[in-house]
Design a binder for this molecule. Sequence first.
Ligand code: HEC
Ligand code: HEC
Length: 153
Amino acid sequence: MKRLALITLLGFALPAFADRMPLPANTPASFKAECASCHLAYPPALLAAKDWQRTMAGLKDHFGTDATVDAKTAQEITAFLERNAGNSDRLGSAGEPPRITQTARFIRKHREVSAKTWSDPRVKSAANCEACHRGAANGSFSEREITLPSGLK
Ligand code: HEC
Ligand code: HEC
């Protein structure tokens, strides 16, 4: 009985994909400065440590852009991402280059989103979380804070 309660507690304490994922209080300023200018500062829990390592190792050719940072900053950001990464078994493979939006978990959570919605110019890309999650910048992905661009479902 005790053990079951503990497992339940841990299940809540370590969600692989909860709907609230605010950045930890000790997030280095460099992460927000370097990784949130072109897109959302993605919650670290949405990729596994090995996928963050690959992302950080490939910044020179980062989805068609150069997102390189100096060595010291790279080290600081990588360590932060590793510390707060998600569980790879629960997320599933992220592909190459790693994408949050390619993980099995992401695909499963979004299976009700229609093809028409994904291809709408107001959405642009599945990576553009804020197109639908209006609380994304605050780490909220709760259903109550989802608004699809008008006319879509
Ligand atoms: C110069 C602009 C730029 C900077 C700076 C940048 N990125 Fe990106 N990032 C992109 C683009 C463009 C994409 C592809 C977006 C798309 O497919 O719509 C991307 C995609 C990603 C993805 C995959 C999103 C998905 O599809 O799941 C991750 C993860 C990511 N970036 C992490 C980072 C990290 C970590 C940093 C900081 C070290 C960073 N990015 C800095 C431009 C940038
Ligand atoms: C086209 C709109 C759209 C985009 C873009 C989008 N989402 Fe979602 N997301 C949804 C919808 C709709 C749901 C709710 C699905 C449901 O409840 O059946 C959802 C659900 C989720 C959930 C599950 C929340 C819960 O209650 O368990 C998470 C986490 C999430 N999205 C994260 C993201 C992240 C991170 C991004 C960007 C990398 C993203 N989403 C991009 C529409 C979107």
